[in-house]
Design a protein around this ligand. Structure first.
Ligand code: NAP
Length: 473
């Protein structure tokens, strides 16, 4: 596939192979973008903004509705690309493709709700005979940098609201999964998006990231990825808006009065979805001691039923990690935990990029798999005795994206909802529940700002005040 620069699909002699992590077969190639390509993208995006800022809300919304329709009509093609270039099984990929349709549709709807307000200028002496309002205007060139784990829908979470707002976009997709992102842009162009409105530059973040991020023509960086890249980007961005959706180590409390069948089913899926490479994947299960053994037995039994293997087979529950290197990292972290006293209840073995769904207990607090985001198919069980302790443990790490609690006691649920330090609390769902239109983002190292179409649109627009001084009235 090619890059889209200055209104044209372009290729380069130097290419990057896009591999299927299940068998390392080459699916396609993309050009290895350079600093010279960054400059082309920046110049074109600035010109593109002159076009997009003049498009009507109606036109912007229609493009998004039509693109959603194109993806919906070709859902299986989109799902297959997601499943081949990434870690997801075909069933997981179908869900992502249908969520992308919803993300674009909600973006179209929100385009019509970019509202302002009248301002009571005469509410303070000196404001007499003044009438006015504010409206929201597009911010300019948005740089969208996206991760590998939801290669279609997380791109739609940036392109949808950016287009709805009237911005132009430079998209830098993850190097391991650029194909779904390019196919999304194909749908937008087919739906009528002016080609200058969007630039796609493929290539390594380590090579083309800095000149993109630090350039003053970019007015907002919308980044989803890991905290290390996030810190680097924030350190060189200069004066521009930054939205950051970063990692987490999602805690789930299972209280003694929980519906255990529901909690087990929901947390097994939440831990191993996309082979655990999910920013809201369940990592830490804090289980009330009274039900710890029963929960553990049920959880391990359900995990053992998971079928891992070929992502394109309907019966596969979990595919490989994104690369063998990533699977080896998780293997090393499990080994470190076991050497320091953790017990593997099931899983723990690796074959190539496939890592078994793994459940650990007795994990000490000084091992990496306890305090770092794992981003792999492992989950830790911890017994807890009281709610304050569970909340303290949940809040003890430097992330805070989503947290969850299973309980049938409304007081317990409310206490957890207010005291868990994070961007959202799910009650009787695992942390892996997200509606694309809800405000989504984290505290601490989990990020800055919020996505979720209405909320992204706020971040991607600015209020402008208009004040009429009318001495004659
Ligand atoms: P990553 O390694 O941080 O990469 C994310 C994106 O940033 C990729 O496009 C990458 O390009 C680019 N990048 C890396 N270094 C860069 C630099 N110096 N300048 C500019 N761009 C740079 O993350 P990942 O492994 O793809 O994704 C996993 C992480 O994303 C996890 O931590 C996960 O929790 C987080 N995540 C968060 C959310 C959320 O909504 N909060 C959602 C999904 C994932 P290359 O691919 O070329 O390196």
């Amino acid at each position: 596939m090619k890059m889209l620069l200055d209104g044209r699909w372009v290729d380069r002699d130097e290419k990057i192979d896009v591999l299927d992590p299940f068998d390392n077969s080459v699916i396609d190639t993309v050009p290895r973008g350079t600093k010279a390509d960054v400059e082309i993208a920046l110049v074109a995006a600035a010109k593109g903004f002159e076009v997009t800022k003049r498009m009507t809300v109606y036109d912007r919304a229609q493009i998004l509705y039509k693109a959603a329709g194109i993806i919906s009509d070709n859902l299986e093609d989109y799902a297959t690309v997601i499943a081949r270039e990434g870690s997801k099984t075909i069933n997981e990929a179908r869900k992502e493709a249908s969520r992308c349709v919803n993300t674009l549709t909600c973006s179209a709807e929100e385009a019509k709700r970019i509202l302002g307000e009248t301002i009571p200028f005469d509410s303070f002496p000196g404001g007499e005979k003044r009438r006015g309002y504010y409206y929201r205007f597009p911010i300019g060139v948005v740089l969208a940098i996206t991760p590998f784990n939801d290669p279609l829908n997380l791109v739609a979470h940036k392109l949808g609201p950016a287009i709805a707002a009237g911005n132009s976009v430079i998209l830098k997709p993850a190097t391991v999964t650029p194909l779904s992102a390019i196919k999304l842009v194909e749908a937008l162009l087919e739906a009528g998006l002016p080609p200058m409105a969007i630039q796609i530059i493929t290539g390594y973040g380590s090579e083309i990231g800095d000149p993109l991020v630090s350039d003053e023509r970019v007015r907002m960086i919308s980044f989803t990825g890991g905290v290390e890249a996030g810190k680097h980007i924030a350190s060189i961005a200069g004066i521009k808006k930054i939205g950051m959706e970063l990692g987490s180590d999602s805690p789930v409390i299972v209280w003694k009065d929980a519906d255990l069948e529901l909690a087990v089913e929901s947390c097994v899926s939440g831990a191993f979805w996309a082979a655990g490479q999910n920013c809201i994947g369940v990592q830490r299960l804090l289980v009330h001691r009274d039900i710890y053994d029963e929960f553990k037995t049920k959880f391990v039994k359900r995990t053992k039923l998971y079928k891992i293997g070929d992502k394109l087979k309907e019966e596969t529950d979990m595919g490989p990690m994104i690369t063998e290197t990533e699977a080896k990292r998780v293997e090393k972290w499990v080994k470190e935990a076991v050497e320091k006293g953790a017990a593997v209840l099931t899983g723990g073995k690796r074959e190539g990029a496939l890592f078994e769904p793994t459940v650990l207990e007795k994990v000490p607090s000084n091992v990496t798999i306890h305090y770092e985001e794992v981003f792999g198919p492992t989950v830790n069980l911890y017994p807890v005795d009281d709610l304050d302790e569970a909340i303290r443990q949940a809040n003890s790490l430097p992330y805070g994206l989503l947290a969850a609690i299973f309980t049938s006691n409304i007081d317990v649920a409310f206490k957890a909802a207010y005291e868990l330090d994070c961007g959202g609390v799910m009650i009787n769902d695992s942390t892996d529940y997200r509606l694309d239109s809800m405000p989504f983002g984290g505290v601490k190292y989990s990020g800055l700002g919020r996505e979720g179409l209405k909320f992204s649109l706020q971040e991607m627009t600015e209020p402008k005040v208009v004040c009429f001084h009318l001495p004659g009235i």
